[in-house]
Design a protein around this ligand. Structure first.
Ligand SMILES: NC(=O)c1ccc[n+]([C@@H]2O[C@H](COP(=O)([O-])OP(=O)(O)OC[C@H]3O[C@@H](n4cnc5c(N)ncnc54)[C@H](OP(=O)(O)O)[C@@H]3O)[C@@H](O)[C@H]2O)c1
Length: 374
């Protein structure tokens, strides 16, 4: 593979261990002059020596503004202006909103969010001297979803998304790209409870049911940092093993935990059979797919005494399709009952299918549409 970073100064925060250390090697393998940074000086210096290719170690506490000024000045003196900054350093405190101690909350925000903010602020003037550069902020799937039990960490990783987009806007005309990377669970110490050593997030239910290797994420970050991604800025690059996939996978994940007598109820749409109002092709395709999914599931789960059914609402008064919306009168004219359904109408069908009275119903499609399909 041709080198993408020949002689470019690349500063990676928190690079004495974990993902940061792996990235330091990988950037150097592609010709970069790597700046290993962190608070463990002896280990950092050894690592820089081992990496070679002009790599240096600079002590850097990301939460400290003066430490940043010193680091950037040292890099400029020894290697020239910074070309790539990877904001990778992070601290994780376990605890929900009501549990996490305030000082731990502050430490997480100071390290993960303020650290990245100070890094962008310190590196941008240096990058301008190069005529541009690339900043990659390591967020997480915790920056894309709610993360019960990781209140501070999740908030810091969501904050990074906004910081990334704001900086991307502000720095684009200086040819500095700013993007975020959102890994799923990576096999590093951060993925384990520091006290018990247990996995913080079990990965068995993911579409790819394992942790990411450090190499898988490292290669992705190098791509985002490189000119191969030259038209991307303010973008969120997700590598999550399919964590964010939809209900079919959720069902797959739930099946092993369903006892005999269990119920799977999916919500489709009457529009899968007859398009009304504004056609939404992809939307209705997914709803049609739920019909065959439900019938297949009923066959598969029947021997375990688990039922699978589908409820297909017609025009129902919710935010998605309000009863006073643009095509509402047209939709009403198609229904023999001449009105929209309510969320309670749909809930009644779901509740019935979940009840003991529905134990002999499986593979069925119940349409609650005011007669739309009549
Ligand atoms: N592992 C995962 O499952 C996972 C999943 C999604 C995202 N991520 C993200 O991936 C990135 C790398 O994490 P990792 O898994 O490699 O974790 P890690 O092994 O714990 O590495 C984190 C690094 O950050 C450094 N650090 C912490 N506070 C610092 C500070 N104030 N100043 C400078 N350095 C500091 C640590 O150095 P010290 O040793 O000095 O504390 C350590 O080298 C992080 O942004 C993390 O949030 C990880």
């Amino acid at each position: 593979m041709p080198e993408r970073f020949t002689n470019r100064p690349v500063l990676i925060t928190g690079s004495v261990g974990g993902l940061g250390q792996a990235m330091a090697h990988a950037f150097a393998n592609e010709g970069a002059r790597v700046v290993v940074t962190g608070r463990k000086e002896e280990q950092g210096r050894k690592l820089a020596g081992y990496i070679g290719n002009g790599a240096i170690f600079v002590r850097l506490d990301v939460a400290n503004e003066a430490s940043w000024s010193n680091a950037v000045q040292t890099v400029e003196d020894q290697l020239g202006p910074i070309f790539v900054l990877v904001n990778n350093a992070a601290y994780l405190a376990v605890g929900g909103v009501e549990q996490v101690p305030l000082d731990e909350w502050r430490k997480v925000i100071d390290t993960n969010l303020t650290g990245a903010f100070l890094g962008i602020r310190a590196a941008a003037p240096s990058m301008r001297k190069n005529g541009g550069g690339s900043i990659v902020n390591i967020s997480s799937i915790a920056g894309l979803h709610g993360t019960p039990g990781l209140a501070a960490y999740g908030a810091s990783k969501w904050g990074i998304r906004s910081l990334t987009r704001t900086a991307a806007y502000e720095l684009a005309r200086d040819k500095i790209r700013v993007n975020s990377v959102h890994p799923g669970i990576i096999d590093t110490p951060l993925a384990y409870d520091p006290k018990t050593g247990a996995e913080l997030v079990p990965t068995g239910d993911f579409a790819i049911p394992r942790m990411a290797s450090v190499d898988e994420i490292m290669n992705y970050v190098l791509f985002v940092a490189s000119e191969d991604a030259s038209f991307s800025t303010g973008s969120e690059f997700v590598a999550d093993g399919g964590f964010a996939l939809g209900p079919i996978l959720a069902t797959q994940a739930a099946i092993p935990h369903l006892p005999a007598g269990g119920r799977v109820i999916s919500i489709g749409s009457a529009g899968a059979e007859r398009i009304v109002g504004t056609p939404g092709t992809v939307y209705y395709m997914t709803k049609s797919a739920l019909q065959s999914f439900t019938r297949g599931l009923a066959q598969e789960l029947g021997p375990k005494d688990i039922t699978a059914n589908l409820v297909q609402p017609g025009s129902t008064d919710t935010d998605m399709n309000p009863a006073d919306g643009e095509s509402a009168d047209y939709q009403r004219s198609l229904s023999p009952l001449g009105r929209f359904g309510t969320p309670a109408d749909i809930a009644a069908a779901v509740t019935f299918l979940a009840s003991p009275a529905a134990k002999h119903i499986t593979g069925s499609i119940i349409t609650v549409d005011g007669g739309l399909l009549a």
